[in-house]
Design a protein around this ligand. Structure first.
Ligand SMILES: Cc1ncc(COP(=O)(O)O)c(C=O)c1O
Length: 399
């Protein structure tokens, strides 16, 4: 009988990937995945970038440097500047999606038994990566205004509290809560990280998908401004939600000591991120089409979010609680009555609509009356119909 490494003796798979089989049901409407809309991919721009990438075959078809190609990192430096973050090429490690960036960071920083705290509800693949690393995962609650910094301060001061090595958060349009962390909370959060000596992992794949002006700074910018090279922030981002997840292009910005170690860890993971994908991404960024693509996507996602919010108000107003996100792809919903979101899920599948039950987003005891709806991939018409189906599923439940 094969024996396995401890974390893989009895591993739980991704709760979201387990929903995949339902997606193939004829006529199903999915409000489940965090997928960008197929109709919003800039295929023309990506085709031109791919053509250029192939013409430069000595770079794109050969192995490349583990830290990432200089042309792509140059494009990402400009992108980071547009987000208010002053970095240079050496401050960036290109990764195979931002998921890999988080995984590398954990390899480098977390040993079994180390305390790592995550905002809760949290992105499930972050929880999964931490579980496989054997971290002691702690929860910090999130409300409509993002991570609850008062609760965090209390947890840090609790008698006998083991302080975390890392705190993971998605401050801008979180997955799954959709929340935007306020500027005042951001300031407090960076200060708490410095005071208590933990790394603040800012995962930012959605920050550019804004439905209105934000008025907040990234934790990364604030950390660098206040603390320079001693900033506690590790910043992760991705082209997955704005350009294409198929490219698998993400990146990390961190202190040189962290970046160098993550680069060494990456050498044994995949040698380098696909040079072909990097070259396509670099040419795409250089083409100047990125800005327009993001503006178009944000406007469409804003329309879809409004359709979802209006539909929920009309069909399920008194029965669900939610707030309108100001960007991103997700709406976090709480069922007002005592209805288990897992039971509702089965009724919803019967009616032909999918969502993700909230229990997927808790490292510990879940609030079983919560669920995540994504408005990014389905059309406005499908969202409207999906909400009707959800309302019928709710009616079909006893009680
Ligand atoms: C919060 C968050 N972080 C990271 C990722 C992974 O992104 P990537 O495709 O860059 O690996 C996702 C994807 O859903 C996400 O929602």
């Amino acid at each position: 009988m094969q024996t396995f490494a401890k974390p893989f003796e009895n591993p739980a798979g991704s709760p979201i990937r387990e929903l995949f089989p339902y997606l193939s049901r004829p006529g199903i409407i999915s409000l489940a995945g965090g997928y960008p809309s197929l109709s919003l991919f800039d295929t023309e721009g990506l085709a031109a970038a791919s053509q250029k990438a192939l013409m430069d075959h000595a770079a794109s078809l050969q192995y490349g440097a583990t830290e990432g190609s200089v042309p792509l990192r140059t494009g990402l430096v400009q992108l980071m500047h547009s987000r208010g973050i002053g970095v240079d090429v050496n401050d960036i490690l290109v990764t195979t999606g931002s998921q890999q960036a988080f995984d590398l960071l954990i390899r480098v920083c977390v040993e079994p038994g180390d305390a790592v705290w995550v905002e809760t509800p949290a992105y499930p693949a972050a929880i999964q990566a931490l579980r496989l690393a054997g971290a002691q995962i702690g929860s910090v609650p999130v409300d409509e205004h993002g991570l609850d910094v008062d609760a965090l301060a209390q947890l840090l001061q609790a008698p006998g509290a083991v302080k975390p090595k890392l705190l993971y958060t998605v401050p801008t349009f979180s997955n799954p809560s959709g929340a935007l962390l306020t500027q005042a909370r951001r300031e407090r959060l960076v200060a708490l990280a410095v005071q208590h000596g933990f790394l603040l992992v800012e995962d930012d794949p959605y920050g550019e998908l804004q439905f209105q002006a934000l008025g907040v700074k990234t934790l990364c910018e604030m950390g660098a401004q206040a603390h320079g090279k001693a900033s506690p922030v590790v910043y992760l981002s991705s082209l997955s939600k704005t350009v294409s997840p198929g490219l698998r292009i993400g990146w990390m910005v961190a202190h040189a000591d962290i970046l160098r170690r993550c680069c060494i860890a990456k050498q044994t993971v995949d040698l380098c991120t696909s040079p072909l994908a990097q070259s396509v991404a670099a040419h795409y960024l250089a083409s100047g089409r990125y800005g327009e693509t993001v503006v178009r996507a944000s406007a469409e996602y804003g329309r879809r979010m409004t359709a979802l919010a209006d539909g929920l108000t009309a069909a399920l107003g008194g029965r669900l609680r939610w707030f309108k996100p100001r960007g991103g792809m997700f709406m976090w919903v709480e069922i007002v009555q005592t209805v288990d979101a897992q039971a509702l899920f089965l009724a919803a599948v019967e009616q032909g609509v999918l969502y993700v039950p909230g229990s997927a987003f808790y490292p510990g005891l879940p609030n079983t009356q919560t669920l995540r709806l994504s408005f990014a991939a389905p059309s406005v018409a499908d969202i409207t119909e999906g909400v009707q189906r959800l309302a019928r599923a709710m009616q079909a439940l006893p009680g």
